[in-house]
Write a protein that binds this ligand. Structure first.
Ligand SMILES: Cc1cc2nc3c(=O)[nH]c(=O)nc-3n(C[C@H](O)[C@H](O)[C@H](O)COP(=O)(O)OP(=O)(O)OC[C@H]3O[C@@H](n4cnc5c(N)ncnc54)[C@H](O)[C@@H]3O)c2cc1C
Ligand code: FES
Length: 274
């Protein structure tokens, strides 16, 4: 996608209500094409787009689809307020706008040759889902790869229909806070899943996207494991307006999440978890 301030029209070609408050939208450009970068990607996993609806405004979302997919992008929207509630009222065939992609994304070249641990909780999974699709498409370039994912109940685990496909290439470890009678898996915090991983810590990179308490809890686990802060990448969420470093709506400490991030080294944003 062209990095322009002008929102472009997209058509919703598929929607999926993934949980009570999370809806997936598959978006196809109308009258334009996603520009393809030198690497063959239309965005870098971890970058964000601003998706909007005339009369309501825009909000940032990390695409969840494969960055190699050129005909559509998927965004997953948790209903929290004004814009996201308006987006939730849209269905197949509806129109919205997007602009971007913006921000830096996860450092794809740095991940090559390493064991990878992706850690996410609740609705933080979309950019990690995209990163997983990227890694699977280039699977031979990476060592052992884990997804550690936690949610409140099994009904809140998102992108469930992709797990079978993911499990053919990476190790998927799931946990819930509150088990239902049908849940046979792990119960507890996502940070506890680190006990089950078998990696080479000095050649491991971690990518995270999730709530502040999850990110903070991992501090006392990843460092003692021997994973250096500069091999841990955290995606930060802040309120945004312009998306291009002009309005100061998105600061974390002295950094702009929209242009310096949203992906930061762990020690760059430590203590500023939202
Ligand atoms: C880089 C980035 C990527 C994101 N990716 C996704 C995604 O893939 N899927 C998804 O569902 N959400 C994502 N978000 C969060 C999403 O942008 C917000 O939930 C959305 O902006 C809320 O807009 P609203 O108008 O509905 O809510 P508002 O009416 O603006 O606010 C409703 C409530 O949400 C809080 N809030 C609003 N925006 C944010 C924010 N950015 N961070 C923390 N709290 C906020 C407000 O303080 C308020 O309590 C992302 C945010 C960022 C910065
Ligand atoms: S959103 Fe405007 S400066 Fe970051």
């Amino acid at each position: 996608m062209e990095n322009t301030l002008h929102p472009k029209k997209v058509k919703i070609i598929k929607t999926e209500q993934m949980s009570s408050n999370f809806k997936l939208f598959r978006l196809k450009p109308v009258g334009w094409e996603f520009p393809v970068g030198n690497s063959g990607l239309i965005f870098t996993p971890g970058q964000f787009v601003l998706a909007g609806l005339w009369g309501y405004g825009e909000a940032p979302f990390g695409p969840a689809s494969s960055p190699y997919e050129r005909s559509f992008i998927d965004i997953g929207v948790r209903r929290t307020g004004n814009v996201t509630s308006a987006l939730h009222r849209l269905n197949d065939g509806g129109d919205m706008t997007i602009r971007g992609p913006y921000g830096n994304g996860y450092p794809l070249n740095f991940l090559v040759g390493k064991d990878l641990v992706f850690v996410t909780g609740g609705c933080g999974i979309p950019p990690i889902a995209s990163l997983i699709e990227y890694v699977i498409a280039r699977r031979e370039r990476f060592g052992t790869v884990y997804l550690l994912y936690g949610a409140v109940t099994s009904k809140d685990l998102l992108f469930e229909e992709r797990y079978e496909h993911w499990r053919k290439s990476i190790k998927v470890l799931l946990t819930v806070d509150k088990p239902t009678p049908d849940w046979k898996g792990h119960v507890g915090l996502v940070s506890e899943l680190t006990r089950e991983i078998d990696i080479k810590p000095r050649n491991t990179a971690v990518a995270m996207c999730g709530p502040g308490p999850m990110t903070k809890a991992l501090e006392n686990i990843l460092r003692p494991l021997g994973i250096a802060d500069r091999r841990i990448f955290v995606s930060e969420e802040r309120k945004m307006s312009c998306g291009i470093g002009k309005c100061q709506h998105c600061t974390t400490g002295d950094k702009y999440v929209c242009t310096d991030g949203p992906v930061f080294y762990y020690d760059q944003v430590q203590g500023n978890w939202d």
